[in-house]
Design a protein around this ligand. Structure first.
Ligand code: CDP
Length: 210
């Protein structure tokens, strides 16, 4: 994880997570365009998640699709509780996540990277947001599925948390799990988030000391 990698963004980061390679950048808080979207009680977040055509095995058609729009939306929802949006009414914070190489788990890598970029942009935060997935592959509950495990996998449960309070800001589930397996997957994903949190703090210390 590296913080402050793009000169012209207000905040940025680069995260390599297994074979996932992700850039995140933050612009703002700035004027809301179009203006009618502005809220007088808080800043709005606009989060774009994009996969480059060469990031996946079969070339991805450039531009937004249903999946990337959904991931942008859930990423925004995962980050907002951690940001003091109420301090910036009538403004917007733009977050751009670029997946340069994908190997499953990119939404978690994106949320993790975007959090670092937000801090780098000087946006006041209640806590960092750390994300990680657990899933089921070969009848076993495992942490952070890679692409092969995900393809043949039986379930994928990405979560994001604010580690100081353990508040969950993202919880999705793909596939089928029993109630006990859900418990086990959540516990495992939570432990993954805590590890990611430590790595985020370390990356921020490298840039900002302390
Ligand atoms: O990346 P994440 O696990 O958050 O999302 P997903 O929708 O479960 O996608 C899992 C993986 O499928 C991605 O990380 C990519 O490696 C791959 N994928 C792909 O090969 N082509 C796409 N158009 C979309 C995803």
């Amino acid at each position: 994880m590296e913080v402050g990698v793009l000169k012209r963004a207000d905040g940025s980061s680069y995260v390599e997570w297994g074979n996932n390679k992700v850039f995140a950048s933050v612009y703002g808080p700035k004027e809301v365009i179009p203006r009618f979207l502005a809220r007088n009680d808080k800043a709005i977040l606009r989060c774009k998640y994009n996969m480059t055509p060469f990031s996946v095995e079969d070339r991805k058609r450039p531009g937004p699709d249903r999946r990337s729009i959904e991931i942008g939306k859930v990423t925004s929802g995962a980050l907002e509780p951690a940001i003091l949006v109420e301090d910036y009414p009538n403004s917007m914070i733009e977050i751009a996540i670029e997946i340069m190489q994908a190997d499953a788990g990119t939404r978690c890598a994106g949320i993790t990277a975007a959090t670092l970029a937000l801090v780098d942009a000087g946006i006041p935060m209640r806590d960092l947001v750390a994300a990680c997935a657990a899933g089921k592959s070969n009848d076993e509950i495992v942490l952070d599925l890679c692409k092969e495990e995900d393809n043949s996998g039986q379930a994928d449960v990405p979560i994001a948390i604010m580690p100081r309070s353990d508040d969950v800001t993202l919880l999705q589930m793909d596939g089928i799990l029993t109630e006990d397996e859900v418990e086990e997957a959540l516990k495992l994903a939570m432990s993954g988030c805590k590890k990611i949190y430590e790595m985020q703090k370390k990356a921020l210390k490298v840039k900002y000391g302390g």
